[in-house]
Design a protein around this ligand. Structure first.
Ligand code: CDP
Ligand code: MG
Length: 738
């Protein structure tokens, strides 16, 4: 690492004569190199109005304030309106409204940043196309839903939760006056259970449809049927012919569907909706010069850092956006960039690091949209959230590691089957999108930390989630509305193995019977916005009288970030500082102890005291705060479901808590083998207890676990020791023989 610092100094001294940087490609300003392996791309669509002009550079449509930016609320609002007017989509506004008026289904394609997500709902509202009903805008990601809602509320000059609101799992800011509702696709699929015709929405905009998330696919499939039902041209032979007569009568308002996507693969959507109208909005994409690395880079975090500093020391102002697979890499790179930025020569611009990833606190996200201060370069570290969902202004340089995290269901080789997040190579389509982020406001540059051959070898686009993810949770929800993954008209049929595995899981949990029919228990479970394994635990806790404890544990486990910060570097210190919370049975009751200790601390300590306490114990306070909010929500669900959320087992009743959890985690159990490893009760995999577990040093005969993580071997994480006899009572052993 020091070497790089020396290298920078050397660079200064040699006044740019020395061009042999450790970064893996030719300098951008290199004139003496005949083969700089570069490709220029200009991504263009077909303009809806055909006479679209590029913006003049004086237009500051990016949202980036200039040094004399107005500060008063009214002038801020005026500035926002000006930005709105300058968006590429604005010129097509009237034509778009006309198309939406004339067509029940529209597929709208347009480059990222052209204004689809923020403007289309406002156009619909302003042109009164939504009547008195609500416009739903769905997003595959929570962060996108909340941050876009905040932006549109600001554009409308209203408080979030009034005219413009959002609804994501465990967090809702909507009121009776909400007319534009940004929501996750998961939330709207959940709403189908209480309102099968989605009657409160007159328009449903399915955004980021190209991502083909599982929930988006389920939504699209349902929308097709619902529209037939509501718009009166149905054949009668659909899932909703079974809908209660009352529901049908109520939902007389017609439904408009708008499918939006940043990529050009509209055909499939249009075809699915029997030849729906496809509209292109021309973006304002400037040329982007792409550089591929000459050799493949194995340590992409380090390469990204070196590339960033090469840009920072050599290139004119402009922010840098670095695409990384996940939070861990983002945090790692953040630390090293911070460290090296401090050592830069005085003459260098300052570095302002911003991060953007799914589980980040909303306050942190807002930072990336703030204006870059003078003499500063923003270094934005983001996951693929910044690929198409969110446009960050000011970016001129993109560094693409070529990696992303992808959820994948490992069904075949494990028997039991589990979802795992794996770091993988991105697709060509992602690579193009990432590069495109550099050309939003002017000519830009994209540095790919992979070779041109590696790019050529990439898959064209990602596989739809339905082909690679666990289906149990969705299947349970569908069963509640009399639907089935097998009979639903889907854009792609789900993977057979995953489907069987999901059915097995639900059967084992008692949510469906042998005829694959929903049981009363299944219906009770589906009321909870939790993974079936955890909703089963909550329902079990009712009988066992320990709902209070179980709610705490499942809330912590459902939070988007992990409670325990884990670092192999500090493993001993971590283990020592957590000793006092440790419960002999394992990780679940340890979580409970931590949560309770934190609750005690909040009674006596200030905010900074709480923060220091968490730091001292290597705990992630954000996870605790989020768990608190989730718990509140679950308390509400329990009350509605007739479960007393306050029922506390208390001391001496720990066994009941473990039993409740085991009702849910019954498929996630394993027996100790003579060699010290564990063999799944219901699968073939050999697993090890993750080193971060409180049980990692113990050889307990039977374990249950929250998840399996797949690295060089399969590790069980979130482990508790359980009684084998109890497991037999749950039917896990008989299933094994079956
Ligand atoms: O959906 P699409 O990618 O077409 O664009 P959009 O999300 O509607 O974004 C339009 C513009 O709003 C972009 O220039 C963004 O930079 C800006 N925007 C913003 O400044 N702050 C936000 N929180 C969201 C969007
Ligand atoms: Mg968008």
């Amino acid at each position: 690492m020091r070497l790089y610092r020396n290298h920078l100094q050397q660079k200064q001294e040699e006044k740019k004569k020395q061009k042999r940087y450790s970064a893996p490609w030719v300098d951008i300003d290199s004139e003496d190199d005949g083969r700089p392996r570069k490709t220029s791309v200009k991504i263009n669509g077909t303009a809806i109005n055909g006479h679209h002009k590029a913006t003049s550079p004086s237009h500051n449509e990016s949202g980036r304030a200039t040094s004399d930016a107005p500060t008063a609320t009214s002038s801020k609002h005026a500035a926002i309106q000006e930005q709105r007017l300058n968006l590429p989509i604005t010129k097509g506004k009237d034509a778009l409204i006309r198309e939406f008026r004339e067509n029940d289904v529209t597929v709208l394609l347009g480059e990222t940043g052209s204004g689809k997500t923020t403007q289309v709902p406002q156009y619909l509202l302003e042109s009164n196309l939504a009547g008195n009903d609500t416009i739903a805008v769905t997003q595959p990601r929570k962060v996108a839903a909340t941050s876009l809602a905040a932006r549109v509320a600001a554009e409308q000059g209203v408080k979030i939760g009034t005219l413009v609101g959002y609804s994501v799992r465990f967090d809702e800011r909507c009121g009776s006056d909400t007319r534009i509702k940004y929501m996750t696709d998961g939330m709207i699929v959940r709403e189908l259970m209480s309102d099968p015709l989605l009657s409160k929405y007159s328009v449903v905009i399915v955004d980021e449809a190209h991502e083909r998330s599982l929930r988006t696919d389920l939504l699209i499939s349902n929308l097709k049927v619902i529209q037939r039902q509501r718009n009166g041209n149905g054949t009668g032979e659909n899932n909703y012919s079974k809908a209660k007569g009352k529901e049908k009568e109520k939902a007389t308002n017609p439904l408009k569907i708008i499918i939006m996507s940043a990529t050009l693969d509209a055909e499939k959507f249009a075809k699915f909706f029997s030849g729906a109208k496809v509209i292109y909005v021309q973006g304002r994409q400037h040329p982007v010069t792409i550089y591929h690395s000459l050799q493949s880079q194995t340590d992409y975090v380090d390469s990204a850092m070196r590339t960033f500093f090469q840009i920072h020391t050599d290139q004119p102002p402009g922010d840098v956006l670095i695409f990384l697979p996940g939070q861990e890499d983002i945090e790692g790179l953040e630390k090293s960039v911070e460290l090296f930025a401090k050592q830069l020569p005085q003459a260098c611009m300052e570095v302002l690091i911003c991060t953007m990833y799914a589980s980040q606190a909303p306050g942190q996200n807002a930072k990336v949209f703030n204006a870059t201060p003078p003499n500063t370069r923003k270094c934005i570290l983001a996951t693929n959230i910044a690929e198409t969902s969110i446009t960050i202004p000011g970016v001129k340089y993109v560094i693409d590691t070529g990696k992303c995290k992808e959820k994948r269901y490992l069904a075949r080789n494990t028997g039991g089957g589990f979802d795992t997040l794996m770091t993988r190579d991105i697709t060509k389509s992602s690579a193009m999108q990432r590069a495109g982020r550099a050309g939003r406001e002017g000519a830009g540059f994209c540095f790919r930390l992979y070779t041109e051959d590696a790019f050529k070898a990439m898959k064209p686009s990602a596989e739809p989630e339905i082909l690679r993810c666990g289906l149990a949770s969705s299947l349970l929800q569908l069963k509640c509305i009399d639907q089935d993954l097998e009979s639903l008209d889907l854009m792609d049929e789900p993977d057979r193995d995953s489907l069987i595995s999901a059915l097995k899981t639900l059967f084992l949990l008692g949510a469906i019977n042998q005829k694959k029919e929903l049981t009363p228990l299944g219906r009770e479970m589906a009321a909870f916005p939790l993974e079936p394994v955890y909703s089963r635990a909550v329902v079990a806790s009712k009988e066992l009288g320990c709902t209070s404890e179980v709610l705490i544990i499942v809330s912590v486990l459902s939070a988007s970030s992990k409670l325990f910060t884990d670092s192999s570097e500090h493993r001993d210190a971590i283990s020592e500082s957590r000793r006092k919370f440790r419960h002999s049975s394992g990780d679940h009751l340890t979580i409970l102890n931590v949560y309770k200790a934190y609750q005690d601390i909040t009674k006596s300590e200030s905010k900074s005291g709480r923060k220091a306490w968490c730091k001292k114990h290597f705990l992630n306070e954000r996870a605790l705060l989020e768990a608190g909010e989730i718990r509140e929500q679950l308390v509400g669900t329990c009350q509605r479901a007739g479960i007393d959320p306050k029922a506390e087992g208390g001391e001496g009743k720990e066994e009941e808590v473990i039993k409740s959890l085991a009702h849910g985690l019954v498929a996630n159990t394993a027996f100790l083998q003579p060699d010290g490893s564990y063999k799944q009760v219901m699968g073939q995999s050999v697993v090890k207890i993750h080193p971060s577990s409180t049980l990692s040093e113990r050889k307990t005969p039977t374990i249950m676990y929250d998840e399996l993580v797949y690295t060089n071997q399969i590790y069980a994480r979130g482990v508790t020791s359980i009684n084998k006899g109890f497991l037999a009572g749950l039917g896990a052993l008989s299933q094994r023989q079956a």
